[in-house]
Design a protein around this ligand. Structure first.
Ligand code: SF4
Length: 182
Protein backbone atom coordinates (compact mmCIF):
# COMPACT_ATOMS: atom_id res chain seq x y z
CA UNK A 1 0.00 0.00 0.00
CA UNK A 2 1.52 3.38 -0.95
CA UNK A 3 1.55 6.43 1.32
CA UNK A 4 -1.44 8.07 -0.37
CA UNK A 5 -3.45 4.88 -0.09
CA UNK A 6 -2.55 4.42 3.57
CA UNK A 7 -3.63 8.01 4.28
CA UNK A 8 -6.97 7.31 2.57
CA UNK A 9 -7.67 4.21 4.68
CA UNK A 10 -6.69 6.04 7.87
CA UNK A 11 -8.96 8.95 6.95
CA UNK A 12 -11.84 6.53 6.42
CA UNK A 13 -11.49 4.85 9.83
CA UNK A 14 -10.96 8.19 11.58
CA UNK A 15 -14.26 9.37 10.11
CA UNK A 16 -16.09 6.17 11.01
CA UNK A 17 -15.52 4.15 14.19
CA UNK A 18 -18.52 1.88 13.61
CA UNK A 19 -16.52 -1.27 14.43
CA UNK A 20 -15.61 0.13 17.86
CA UNK A 21 -18.67 2.08 19.00
CA UNK A 22 -21.18 -0.75 19.44
CA UNK A 23 -22.85 -0.36 16.04
CA UNK A 24 -21.24 -3.28 14.19
CA UNK A 25 -20.38 -5.55 17.11
CA UNK A 26 -21.76 -6.52 20.49
CA UNK A 27 -18.37 -7.67 21.75
CA UNK A 28 -14.91 -8.73 20.61
CA UNK A 29 -13.23 -12.02 21.44
CA UNK A 30 -9.63 -12.16 22.42
CA UNK A 31 -7.38 -14.19 20.14
CA UNK A 32 -4.80 -16.79 21.25
CA UNK A 33 -1.98 -14.24 20.89
CA UNK A 34 -3.68 -11.72 23.20
CA UNK A 35 -2.53 -11.30 26.80
CA UNK A 36 -5.82 -10.94 28.70
CA UNK A 37 -4.15 -9.75 31.93
CA UNK A 38 -2.19 -7.05 30.11
CA UNK A 39 -5.31 -5.86 28.25
CA UNK A 40 -7.30 -5.84 31.49
CA UNK A 41 -4.53 -3.75 33.09
CA UNK A 42 -4.89 -1.31 30.19
CA UNK A 43 -8.56 -0.90 31.05
CA UNK A 44 -10.25 -3.34 28.67
CA UNK A 45 -13.16 -4.87 30.63
CA UNK A 46 -12.24 -8.49 29.84
CA UNK A 47 -14.84 -11.10 30.71
CA UNK A 48 -14.80 -14.87 30.31
CA UNK A 49 -17.74 -15.77 28.10
CA UNK A 50 -19.52 -17.80 25.50
CA UNK A 51 -21.47 -15.92 22.85
CA UNK A 52 -19.76 -13.26 20.78
CA UNK A 53 -20.00 -11.44 17.50
CA UNK A 54 -16.53 -10.29 16.56
CA UNK A 55 -13.48 -12.51 16.45
CA UNK A 56 -13.20 -16.00 15.10
CA UNK A 57 -10.99 -17.90 17.53
CA UNK A 58 -11.74 -19.13 21.05
CA UNK A 59 -15.49 -19.69 20.90
CA UNK A 60 -15.77 -19.74 24.70
CA UNK A 61 -12.80 -17.55 25.44
CA UNK A 62 -12.50 -14.14 27.04
CA UNK A 63 -14.02 -11.10 25.38
CA UNK A 64 -14.76 -7.47 25.98
CA UNK A 65 -17.98 -5.62 25.36
CA UNK A 66 -18.65 -2.89 22.83
CA UNK A 67 -18.81 0.08 22.67
CA UNK A 68 -15.10 -0.19 23.38
CA UNK A 69 -13.92 1.76 26.42
CA UNK A 70 -10.75 2.72 24.49
CA UNK A 71 -12.79 4.28 21.69
CA UNK A 72 -12.46 8.04 21.90
CA UNK A 73 -14.22 9.94 19.14
CA UNK A 74 -12.95 7.90 16.20
CA UNK A 75 -9.56 7.25 17.78
CA UNK A 76 -8.28 4.35 19.87
CA UNK A 77 -6.67 5.33 23.17
CA UNK A 78 -4.87 1.96 23.26
CA UNK A 79 -3.95 1.82 19.58
CA UNK A 80 -0.37 0.56 20.00
CA UNK A 81 -1.46 -2.14 22.44
CA UNK A 82 -4.86 -2.95 20.92
CA UNK A 83 -6.12 -6.56 20.86
CA UNK A 84 -5.32 -8.83 17.92
CA UNK A 85 -8.79 -8.87 16.41
CA UNK A 86 -8.84 -5.07 16.28
CA UNK A 87 -5.53 -5.19 14.38
CA UNK A 88 -6.85 -7.80 11.97
CA UNK A 89 -10.35 -6.51 11.34
CA UNK A 90 -11.18 -4.81 8.08
CA UNK A 91 -14.77 -4.09 7.19
CA UNK A 92 -15.95 -4.60 3.64
CA UNK A 93 -15.73 -0.88 2.90
CA UNK A 94 -12.13 -0.65 4.09
CA UNK A 95 -11.23 -3.77 2.08
CA UNK A 96 -12.81 -2.22 -1.00
CA UNK A 97 -10.87 1.00 -0.49
CA UNK A 98 -7.62 -0.87 0.13
CA UNK A 99 -8.14 -2.92 -3.03
CA UNK A 100 -8.99 0.16 -5.09
CA UNK A 101 -12.57 -0.98 -5.76
CA UNK A 102 -13.96 2.28 -4.38
CA UNK A 103 -12.63 5.84 -4.26
CA UNK A 104 -11.96 7.56 -0.93
CA UNK A 105 -14.66 10.20 -1.48
CA UNK A 106 -17.32 7.58 -2.26
CA UNK A 107 -16.30 5.51 0.78
CA UNK A 108 -16.48 8.58 3.01
CA UNK A 109 -19.97 9.33 1.71
CA UNK A 110 -21.07 5.82 2.70
CA UNK A 111 -19.61 6.34 6.19
CA UNK A 112 -21.45 9.67 6.49
CA UNK A 113 -24.70 8.04 5.41
CA UNK A 114 -24.26 5.20 7.92
CA UNK A 115 -23.41 7.59 10.75
CA UNK A 116 -26.45 9.70 9.92
CA UNK A 117 -28.61 6.59 10.18
CA UNK A 118 -26.99 5.74 13.52
CA UNK A 119 -27.76 9.26 14.74
CA UNK A 120 -31.41 8.85 13.75
CA UNK A 121 -31.62 5.52 15.61
CA UNK A 122 -30.02 7.04 18.72
CA UNK A 123 -32.36 10.03 18.68
CA UNK A 124 -35.45 7.80 18.46
CA UNK A 125 -34.11 5.54 21.23
CA UNK A 126 -33.66 8.55 23.48
CA UNK A 127 -37.19 9.70 22.61
CA UNK A 128 -38.33 6.32 23.93
CA UNK A 129 -36.40 6.81 27.16
CA UNK A 130 -33.33 4.69 26.37
CA UNK A 131 -30.11 6.57 27.20
CA UNK A 132 -27.86 3.52 27.58
CA UNK A 133 -25.05 4.76 25.37
CA UNK A 134 -22.72 2.28 27.08
CA UNK A 135 -24.60 -0.65 25.48
CA UNK A 136 -24.35 -1.98 21.90
CA UNK A 137 -27.00 -0.62 19.56
CA UNK A 138 -28.56 -3.97 18.68
CA UNK A 139 -28.87 -4.88 22.37
CA UNK A 140 -30.63 -1.59 23.07
CA UNK A 141 -33.09 -2.16 20.27
CA UNK A 142 -33.87 -5.68 21.55
CA UNK A 143 -34.37 -4.34 25.07
CA UNK A 144 -36.69 -1.59 23.85
CA UNK A 145 -38.67 -4.14 21.83
CA UNK A 146 -39.00 -6.44 24.85
CA UNK A 147 -40.22 -3.49 26.94
CA UNK A 148 -42.74 -2.54 24.26
CA UNK A 149 -44.06 -6.10 24.08
CA UNK A 150 -44.36 -6.32 27.84
CA UNK A 151 -45.69 -2.90 28.76
CA UNK A 152 -47.25 -1.56 25.57
CA UNK A 153 -47.01 2.08 24.44
CA UNK A 154 -49.26 5.08 24.20
CA UNK A 155 -50.09 6.41 20.74
CA UNK A 156 -47.19 8.89 20.46
CA UNK A 157 -44.59 6.40 21.70
CA UNK A 158 -46.04 3.77 19.42
CA UNK A 159 -45.45 6.07 16.45
CA UNK A 160 -41.88 6.69 17.62
CA UNK A 161 -41.28 2.96 18.00
CA UNK A 162 -42.53 2.46 14.44
CA UNK A 163 -40.07 5.09 13.21
CA UNK A 164 -37.29 3.43 15.23
CA UNK A 165 -38.03 0.04 13.70
CA UNK A 166 -37.75 1.53 10.21
CA UNK A 167 -34.58 3.44 11.14
CA UNK A 168 -32.94 0.25 12.49
CA UNK A 169 -33.93 -1.54 9.29
CA UNK A 170 -32.38 1.25 7.17
CA UNK A 171 -29.22 1.13 9.25
CA UNK A 172 -28.96 -2.67 9.00
CA UNK A 173 -29.30 -2.44 5.21
CA UNK A 174 -26.26 -0.18 4.90
CA UNK A 175 -24.27 -2.17 7.48
CA UNK A 176 -24.99 -5.46 5.71
CA UNK A 177 -24.33 -4.05 2.25
CA UNK A 178 -21.24 -1.97 2.89
CA UNK A 179 -19.58 -2.97 6.18
CA UNK A 180 -19.98 -6.58 7.31
CA UNK A 181 -17.30 -8.63 5.60
CA UNK A 182 -18.52 -11.65 3.67
S1 SF4 B 1 -16.10 -0.05 10.31
FE1 SF4 B 1 -14.54 -0.16 8.66
S2 SF4 B 1 -14.19 1.94 7.96
FE2 SF4 B 1 -15.25 2.02 9.95
S3 SF4 B 1 -13.58 2.21 11.47
FE3 SF4 B 1 -14.07 0.01 11.29
S4 SF4 B 1 -12.66 -0.80 9.72
FE4 SF4 B 1 -12.64 1.47 9.53
Amino acid sequence: MNVEHRAATEALCLACGLCCNGVLFVDVRLQPEDDAARLAALGFPIKPGAASCAGRAGANGPRFAQPCTAHDGCRCRAYEARPAYCRQFECLLLSDLTAGRIKKEAALRIVQRARKRVATVLRLMRDLGDCHDERPLSTRFKQITRRVEKEGLDEAASETYGKLTLAVHDLNLILAGAFYPG
